[in-house]
Ligand binder design. Structure first.
Ligand code: GTB
Length: 221
């Protein structure tokens, strides 16, 4: 009997985040670790991502991608939903709780991530622009609005809706993008929430694996 081949994901050959686990392969690695699913990683250069072979997998020439048997997926949210639907531990079995967890996945990607990305991109690429000083506080206020709302909802709960789910996994990875900005620290409950996610053994394994790539010593899958 031949064993099924593990799924293959793509990640940056050399991540610009210098191993901080901010690129979107990190969330897929974490989901696979939570699911207990072995996986392989194919590292791609920025040039290779724009080649036809990679664009056949990812129309926008990005990472991460996910290949499993005859299936090829792109978009980290879709990949994580696929993993979560096929394994225990990332989505509740109760139908209503499952639908709510999926709503949190969308909330992380569609409602919380966009203002965070806009803010981080401005800090990275617009500091020398004449509009930067006026624009940054506006972007910061958009982030604060979402963090305040998220903090109100989380309250003193450990996770967003009952047990840890793929919604929390995505939300934690999205909040981590605030990195050294200092914005998250204004919300001790959200900082603690991120720390709880980062303390999970599956997160730790995923983080170590992506860091090993940056250090030039990829771990065996
Ligand atoms: N919506 C897609 C998804 O969720 O999968 C977005 C995918 C995406 O943005 N991929 C990025 C990419 O491939 C890597 S994660 N970029 C290359 C390109 O577009 O040419 C984004 C990212 C990059 C760098 C850092 N960093 O240095 O901190 C963090 C996040």
């Amino acid at each position: 009997m031949t064993l099924p081949k593990p799924p293959v994901i793509t990640a940056f050959e050399r991540s610009p985040d210098r191993g901080r686990g901010l690129a979107r392969d990190m969330r897929v690695r974490w989901a696979l670790e939570e699911a207990g699913q072995a996986y392989e990683v194919r590292l791609v250069s920025f040039a290779a991502m724009k080649e036809p072979a990679h664009r056949a997998l990812h129309p926008f020439g990005q990472i991460p991608t996910y290949e499993e048997g005859g299936l090829a997926l792109f978009e980290s949210g879709a990949i994580i939903l696929h993993i979560a639907e096929r394994h225990q531990g990332l989505l509740p079995s109760d139908a209503n709780a499952r639908a709510r967890a999926i709503a949190w996945m969308f909330a992380a990607l569609n409602t919380v991530e966009p203002p965070i990305i806009e803010y981080s991109m401005a800090r990275l690429f617009e500091q020398d622009k004449p509009w930067y000083a006026d624009r940054l506080p506006v972007l910061e206020s958009h982030v604060h609005a979402r963090l305040g709302e998220l903090s109100s909802r989380l309250g003193d709960a450990n996770w967003l809706d009952g047990a840890f789910s793929a919604g929390d996994l995505l939300m934690v990875t999205v909040l981590r993008r605030l990195g050294s900005s200092g914005l998250l620290e204004k919300y001790p409950d959200l900082s603690a929430y991120v720390a709880r996610g980062e303390a999970r053994p599956a997160y730790q394994r995923a983080f170590a694996a992506q860091l090993a790539v940056f250090n030039g010593k990829p771990l065996a899958g």
